[in-house]
Design a protein around this ligand. Sequence first.
Ligand SMILES: Cc1cc2nc3c(=O)[nH]c(=O)nc-3n(C[C@H](O)[C@H](O)[C@H](O)COP(=O)(O)OP(=O)(O)OC[C@H]3O[C@@H](n4cnc5c(N)ncnc54)[C@H](O)[C@@H]3O)c2cc1C
Length: 382
Amino acid sequence: MSGTGTGADGAHGHAGGADVAEFRAEVRAWLDAHDLSPAPGLDFDGQVAQLGRVRRALYDAGWMRYGWPAEAGGLGGPAVLRAVLGEEVATRGLAEPGIYSMIEVLAPTVISYAPPALAAEMVPRLLNGDEQWCQGFSEPGSGSDLASLSTRAEPRGGDWVVNGQKVWTSLAQFAARCVLLTRTAPGHAGITAFFLDMDSPGITVRPLRTMHGVDEFAEVFFDDVVVPGDRMLGRPGDGWRLAMDLLPHERSTCFWHRVAHLYSRLDRLVEETGESGGTDDAALGAAYLALHTVRCRSHATQRRLAGGARLGPETSVDKVLLAGAEQRLFDTARDLLPGVLELDGTPWRSEYLYSRAATIYGGTAEIQRNIIARRLLDLGKE
Ligand SMILES: Cc1cc2nc3c(=O)[nH]c(=O)nc-3n(C[C@H](O)[C@H](O)[C@H](O)COP(=O)(O)OP(=O)(O)OC[C@H]3O[C@@H](n4cnc5c(N)ncnc54)[C@H](O)[C@@H]3O)c2cc1C
């Protein structure tokens, strides 16, 4: 383990009583002693490789395993330890925050629904950086209306044969596995989930370029792809329930480190506006307040998780707050740093453009507001 004498063995105390402040101090000391900084100017392939490097180092040192259950290769302890680690990684800019978050989106659901031996075999490969995974939910005609998805899985002997298409599948071209939703019968109860190997014959991945110029997601085509029956997540027809368990993570826990990343950008904005003489305390204050509000909301989500709650539709509030705060921050940068988005090659431009996706991925802002209105406020249909 590390030269600081902490980590997988030395930090075992975190698995129980969870002295969060001590954990954070030990992570910081370890990161101070182990430089995992990325090389400057990495392209997206380089960022994915850097993510693997960071995860591998943090896994070997034990840090990446805290907050995950022992049955899936973790060292136990509360989920807040994952948040603390993510905050430290994001604050230091060690990994691109969007792709870092895939663990928070996918691993909790795989742990809950996969046969235990499969979760024990696979989750460590995600935590240790050996593999990337992707989420095969959206289809060309089924995004907001996810339950209308039509990618078919049909039984054949003990296997299933998948045909159809997914779209906007983040990291598909890098992924070794996919959490895939398929249709096995009509209606919500006819959706079945699989944990699919992305090197299975019959899968074609075509990368798609985002507005900020990155091949982050892809179209994925399935042509008679054979999936072994023991790769089903849950039972036939459990796919909708799985999605309802996964999406709340995509709308809350996966933003813990993103908020820290956004704070680091706010700090930079304060610095740069100070240098340019363009400071506007009211605008910067509003951006800070929006970020602080998401962070407070994240604390509430943490407390519910620590109390054993299952996350649900209330996480749409986290998602609305995060997307609003992110867009406000980059709108503020656009307003206070004239020309920087349009004329300079700084990261402000690509981050501003990517912030527009915050009201789309994980379910659009309109859909989150519908959920809040109907399921939290009981306001009925529009
Ligand atoms: C950066 C990024 C990464 C993504 N990564 C993934 C991924 O890894 N895996 C994956 O499966 N998907 C992914 N997605 C897809 C994402 O989940 C969908 O884009 C999203 O759910 C919206 O679906 P859609 O694009 O089909 O839009 P549509 O559902 O067609 O919506 C179009 C517009 O209509 C509005 N609308 C639709 N229905 C209603 C309604 N009932 N009430 C009010 N307004 C409505 C929407 O808010 C939106 O403004 C990603 C998207 C982005 C931008």
